[in-house]
Write a protein that binds this ligand. Sequence first.
Ligand code: CP3
Length: 359
Amino acid sequence: MPSVPPPALPESLRESIFLKACRGEPTPVTPVWLMRQAGRYMSEYRDLRSKVSFLQLCKDPALATEVTVHAAEKLGVDAAILFADILLILEPMGLHLEFSKGEGPVIHNPVRETSDVDRIQRFDAMDPLDYVAKAVSSIRAALRPDTPLIGFAGAPFTLACYAIEGSGSRHYEKAKSFMYRDPGAWNALMEKLVDGTAVYLNAQADAGAQALQLFDSWVGNLSPHDYSRFVQPHMRRLIGKLAPGVPVIHFGTDTGSLLELQSDAGGDVIGLDWRVELNAARERLGPSVAVQGNLDPIVLFAPLPEIEQQTKRILDQAAGRPGHIFNLGHGILPNTPVDHVIALVDMVHSYKPSDSAGV
Ligand code: CP3
C-alpha cells in the first residue's frame, strides 16, 4: 500500500485544539467531542430517521453531511465524526447486512465454517463504498474550516465478531471458539479485514478526514494472553498501513487489562472508558501517547451538578497535562437528554482547575 502522506493541512485545522491534543501539544482548553454525537437522542435525527432507513442515511452523502454537521454545530464540539457505521465494509466483502428494527445489525450469511473465510471477498478498491468517500469530502466542505473531521472504521476483531456471530453478542462464544478451533482460518479472516480496512481508512483520509478512529468496541472481552495472540499482530499491521501524519485514535471498551498491549500495537491516542481512572491509565501508558475519554455515558442521565462534578474530576485528573481529548467512555445512548449533552460540552470548555487538581 504505503499511502502517500496527506496534503499539508490549512493552519486553521492543523492548529485546532483537537489535533494539537492528538499530537500531545498543550491547548488553552481541553478539546471535546462525543462518540455517537449524531444519533437518536437528537430530535432532528429522529425526524430524519422517520423518513429514511439507517442504511439509506449512511449511503446518502447529502443526508450524512446534514446529520454530521448539524450535530457538531448544535453541540459546539471540537471535532466532527463522519456519520456512517463500522459494519458498512462487511457488505462489499460479501456479507448480507441488515439493520432490523429493535434488533440492531444482523448478518444473514455469517462466517461459521473454516471454508466460509474463503468466500469473504477482498476489499481492495473504494468503489463499492464510494458513498463514504463522497460523504467525507462533502462534510469537509460543509464544516467550519477549523473543525477537524474524524473518519473511522471498525477494528478487525470487532468486525470479525460481527461477521461470525451474525449479530451483537454477550459472550462472543461463536467468534472466540472459531478463533481457538482454527487459528489459521481466524488469521486469514483477520488479514482480509486488515487489508480492507487500511484501504478504507486511507481513502477517508484522502477524501478529507484529519484523524482516524479505530473502534475495537468488543475487544475487552479477551484476556491479555488471547489479545496478544489473536489481535495485537493484526492491529499492529493495520496501523502500520495507515497514512503517516494522520493521527489514529485506538478505541476499545472494558480494556483496563489491555491498555499497554493496545498502545504497543499502535495509535497516537488511546481511548479509555470509565472503568479505569484516567490518571492511573496515563501513568501506565506513559508520555508518548495521548488519551481520549472517559465519562460514563450513563452519567449524562444524572442531574447537572453530578455531571459537573464527574466532569471536573476527570479534568482534574488530566491535571493540565497535554494530550487529553475529553469524550465519553462509549457512545451517547438514545434516551440521553440533549440539554445535558450541550451542558457537558460547555462544562469542559469552561473548566478551571480546582484546588484539588490531580486527585
Ligand atoms: O459516533 C458517531 O456519531 C458516528 C457514527 C457511528 C455510528 N455507529 C452510527 C450509528 C459510529 C462511529 C458507529 C460505530 C459502531 N457501529 C460501533 C462501534 C462503536 C460502539 O458503539 O461500540 C458498533 C459496534 C456499531 C454497530 C452498530 N450500529 C450497532 C450495534 C447498532 C445498533 C445499536 C443501536 O444503538 O441501535 C448500530 C446502529 C447505529 N449506528 C445507529 C447510529 C446512529 C442507530 C441507528 C438508528 O438510527 O436506528
